[in-house]
Design a protein around this ligand. Structure first.
Ligand SMILES: C[S@@+](CC[C@H](N)C(=O)[O-])C[C@H]1O[C@@H](n2cnc3c(N)ncnc32)[C@H](O)[C@@H]1O
Length: 213
């Protein structure tokens, strides 16, 4: 199958999407209407909570960075669960909406550019990494996650994580399991668990990568 020609400005594409679409259409699954998309967020929140409890423990107050947080649904929900969650996203419109709805826990930043004094034992990146189209930026984003993470930490990302890499649209490049394993392996992480979304026709999975010593 012929691969689509990729967008030259994916960050601009997302900013435009956040400007033009409502809260429950700019993220989530574009094949779903607003109500079912809300259900999709709630369903994934349950899986995220389950994976955090299993891999990082059931105590409150985990420091969590949501990298590519969009309008902040997961950050807000995890804060309501008693965690110290913060979000970054490259879209100024998404971050303005997140701050207005949920408070001062969000910053505009690209995944590969964020710097802060704080280290996070949990980094989430939910339906973001396959929108980073340039391989060098994708690798730099994962390297930055490792820099922002505590020595012992988990990265919970989502992608198809299949045997092969493929571009499904001009704004989507799904990397293979081997690519994730190689780049994250060099940063000290091992894949601990894969959990398919199993929601409608969505092919993505949660992938938990852990660094332990
Ligand atoms: C499909 S949305 C998912 C948003 C959020 N994780 C959610 O589930 O609601 C993808 C998000 O990734 C952000 N994004 C894409 N590339 C990025 C990059 N290189 N750095 C930071 N954010 C990025 C977009 O602005 C957009 O908000």
């Amino acid at each position: 199958m012929k691969e689509p020609e990729l967008l030259s400005d994916p960050i601009g594409f997302w900013e435009q999407r956040h400007v033009s679409l409502g809260a429950w259409r700019s993220g989530g699954d574009r094949g779903l209407g607003a109500e079912e998309n809300y259900e999709f967020y709630a369903y994934r929140l349950g899986r995220i909570i389950e994976l955090i409890r299993r891999h990082a423990g059931a105590e409150r107050g985990h420091r969590i960075l949501d990298a590519g947080c969009g309008r902040g649904f997961f950050v807000d929900a995890l804060r309501r669960c008693g965690h110290r969650a913060h979000g970054i996203d490259a879209s100024p419109t998404a971050i303005a909406a997140a701050r207005e709805s949920h408070g001062d826990f969000f910053e505009v930043s690209a995944l590969d550019a964020y710097r802060t004094g704080e280290l996070f034992p949990i980094i989430l990146s939910i339906d973001v990494l396959f929108h980073v189209l340039d391989d060098a930026v994708w690798r730099a984003s994962l390297a930055n996650f490792s820099r922002l993470a505590t020595a012992e930490s988990m990265i919970l990302l989502t992608d198809v994580v299949a045997g092969v890499r493929y571009a499904s649209h001009d704004y989507v490049v799904h990397r293979s399991r081997a690519e994730y394993d190689q780049v994250l392996g060099e940063l000290g992480y091992r894949c601990a668990e894969l959990v398919p979304y199993d929601f409608g026709a969505n092919p993505n999975q949660f992938a938990v990568y852990r660094r332990t010593f």
